[in-house]
Design a protein around this ligand. Structure first.
Ligand code: ATP
Ligand code: MG
Length: 345
């Protein structure tokens, strides 16, 4: 990935000195379960920052993406509303930002077709994130939807001409697909699409209890909605190492460094400073620090979430209203795409 393909948080701070109103932002989450600390530190915090600086934010509930690696089912609508509750909890404001479900905006699927023509099967097969997710799904065969979902994501990003996409590190190969098909479309036909950049946070890949990427599907998460006691129990079960001296070194001590980073980001400190405070206290002291910092930081979010979580009608209403705005935007882009392709009859 070339560096122009993404911005860091430090780059963002430099950009946000001025007015952010001209910045368009798109992100998405799959409604496969409650959002967790990885989402929060990897993406949600930067979304809120951008929203509060005046950027125009679109948030996609990626419901069609659920069936890339599992069957959709009765729980889907609850998960989708749960995502909206998580968004409200962290401070995303539906009066300023647009939240919508993929399935409610049919124009997105029409945008997908020309984009699919601009990338080869071999290119999609090389995508490391698709490979990892296909392997993790436990399904013996790669489905055509799993193979092509980075292109679906491209349509989801390009429809609103997003400049910035705040995502975790696992999404960089997908963002590359988006940039590639946008560039190819613009060259092949005429400039219609904006080439977006990823916004990678200071926590591009938070690890879960088992030491692999914290993921809804892996049961290794600290859910934003968890209680303080549940959080303490999960952190207690986190994999660490046996060296009693606590030091921040992500290369050689990934699990310990992950807990240090979580603690630091939740308490506004530097991970090296947190490590010095713990000194030779070992894993137990590290986990106590982490638990306290996470619970302290998440308390107001959890209170806000509890207030809205059962307002089913209000949460659905946010999705419906968001779908109206997203549909208008997607149809406008689709119109430009058809014109560029000579489909204006
Ligand atoms: P699933 O297991 O269902 O794939 P997930 O936990 O991977 O769920 P997604 O909905 O796939 O979550 O990802 C939503 C966004 O959150 C993406 O931008 C992704 O990069 C980011 N993200 C997910 N997990 C982490 C993590 N552990 N650290 C940092 N960012 C993350
Ligand atoms: Mg995922």
């Amino acid at each position: 990935t070339d560096t122009a393909a993404f911005l860091t948080e430090a780059d963002l701070s430099a950009q946000l000195v001025g007015d952010a109103r001209q910045i368009r932002v798109l992100t998405g989450d799959r409604p496969t379960g409650p959002l967790h600390l990885g989402h929060y530190l990897g993406s949600l915090r930067n979304r809120v920052r951008l929203q509060d600086a005046g950027a125009d934010l679109f948030m996609l509930v990626a419901d069609y993406q659920v069936v890339t690696d599992r069957d959709a089912g009765a729980g889907l609508a609850d998960h989708a509303r749960g995502l909206v509750a998580d968004y409200l909890a962290v401070g995303l404001d539906p009066a300023r930002s647009t939240v919508f479900a993929h399935s409610a905006v049919p124009a997105l699927n029409q945008l997908l077709l020309p984009l699919l023509s601009l990338i080869s099967v071999a290119e999609l097969e090389r995508n490391p994130t698709t490979k990892a997710e296909a392997a993790a799904s436990g399904r013996p065969a790669l489905s055509a939807l799993m193979l092509t979902y980075p292109v679906h994501q491209a349509a989801d990003i390009l429809f609103c001409h997003a400049d910035l996409v705040p995502v975790g590190r696992d999404q960089l190969p997908h963002l590359e697909v988006t940039r590639t098909v946008a560039r190819r479309f613009n060259t092949r036909y005429r400039p219609v699409f904006t080439e977006p950049r990823a916004l990678i946070s200071d926590a591009p890949c938070i690890l879960g209890a088992d030491g692999t990427k914290m993921s809804k599907s892996r049961g290794n998460t600290i859910a934003l909605r968890a209680t303080a006691d549940e959080t303490a129990a999960v952190i207690k079960a986190f994999k660490t190492d046996t060296d009693r001296h606590i030091a921040y070194d992500p290369q050689t001590r990934p699990e310990v460094s992950n807990l240090l980073l979580i603690t630091a980001l939740c308490s506004g400190q530097d991970p090296h400073t947190v490590a010095e405070q713990i000194g030779d206290g070992g894993s137990a002291a590290l986990k106590r620090h982490a638990t306290e910092a996470v619970n302290e930081h998440l308390r107001p979010l959890r209170e806000r979430r509890a207030e809205v979580a059962h307002e089913t009608g209000m949460l659905s209403q946010i999705l419906r209203r968001g779908a109206e705005r997203a549909t208008a935007e997607a149809e406008r882009t689709l119109h430009h795409v058809r014109e560029a392709m000579g489909m204006a009859y």
